[in-house]
Design a protein around this ligand. Structure first.
Ligand code: GLN
Length: 202
C-alpha cells in the first residue's frame, strides 16, 4: 500500500516512521501530483492555520478537497481541523479548510485550561486492529494544544471520547479524524486501523 503524508509542516516524519513499521510505502506530499496513485493520505498535527496557508500557496487546497471526496484520509490534531466542515475561532478569510467530515471542531478546546496532557481513552473500534505486540484495551493518547469535536452529523461514527464524554476521534466512511497524536508513542493500532479498515477497503 502507498500512503502519502502531507509534509508542509508538523509531525509528518513520525507518521512516515509508523507507516514504514507496518510495511506500507510512505511518501511525502507537497505538490498536487504527489496525490496521484495514493491508497490513502495522512494530514498530520502541527498548526492548522499555517498548514492551510502553506497548502494554499502550494496550490493544494482544491486537489486535497477533491482527493478527500472519495479517497481515504486521516487527519490528526491540526489535520482533523483541516478535514472538518466547520471550525470555531476562524477569522473571516483566515484559514482555508479542506472539509469533508460533517463535524464542528473547536480549534483550541483545551487551550485555556491545559496546554498538553496524556490520557487513556476507550476506543472500542481498535479491537479489530489489535495485535499481541500492542497494548490491549484502552489507547494512551497524547494531546498537544488539541482540538475537540463539538458536534457530529448523522453519518459520523464516534471512535474515541475522553472520560468526560468529549469526542476526540471520529470516522465518516473513508475519512477519519483524531484530536490527539498517535504518531507519538509506540502503539500502532490507529495506524493499523487506518490501513486495514479504511485504506484496504477503499
Ligand atoms: N490547535 C492547533 C491548531 O489550531 C493544533 C495543534 C496540534 O496539531 N498539535 O492548529
Amino acid at each position: 500500500m502507498k500512503i502519502g503524508v502531507l509534509a508542509l509542516q508538523g509531525a509528518f516524519r513520525e507518521h512516515i516512521a509508523k507507516l514504514n513499521v507496518l510495511g506500507a510505502t510512505a511518501t511525502e506530499v507537497r505538490l498536487p501530483a504527489d496525490l496521484d496513485d495514493l491508497d490513502g493520505l495522512i494530514i498530520p498535527g502541527g498548526e492548522s492555520t499555517t498548514m492551510g496557508r502553506l497548502a494554499q500557496s502550494y496550490g493544494l487546497v482544491a486537489p486535497l478537497a477533491t482527493f478527500s471526496r472519495s479517497r481515504p484520509v486521516w487527519g490528526t490534531c491540526a489535520g482533523l481541523i483541516l478535514l472538518s466542515d466547520r471550525a470555531t475561532g476562524q477569522k473571516k478569510g483566515g484559514q482555508p479548510l479542506i472539509g469533508g467530515l460533517d463535524v464542528l471542531v473547536d480549534r483550541n478546546y483545551f487551550g485555556r485550561q491545559v496546554d498538553s496532557f496524556e490520557v487513556d481513552l476507550e476506543a472500542p473500534a481498535l479491537a479489530t486492529a489489535a495485535r499481541p505486540e500492542d497494548p490491549t484495551g484502552s489507547f494512551h493518547a497524547i494531546f498537544i494544544r488539541a482540538p475537540a469535536v463539538l458536534e457530529v452529523g448523522p453519518a459520523v461514527e464516534v471512535l474515541a471520547r475522553l472520560p468526560d464524554g468529549v469526542i476526540v476521534g471520529v470516522r465518516q466512511g473513508h475519512l477519519m479524524g483524531v484530536a490527539f497524536h498517535p504518531e507519538l508513542g509506540s502503539d500502532l493500532r490507529f495506524h493499523r486501523y487506518f490501513l486495514q479498515n479504511i485504506c484496504a477497503n477503499a
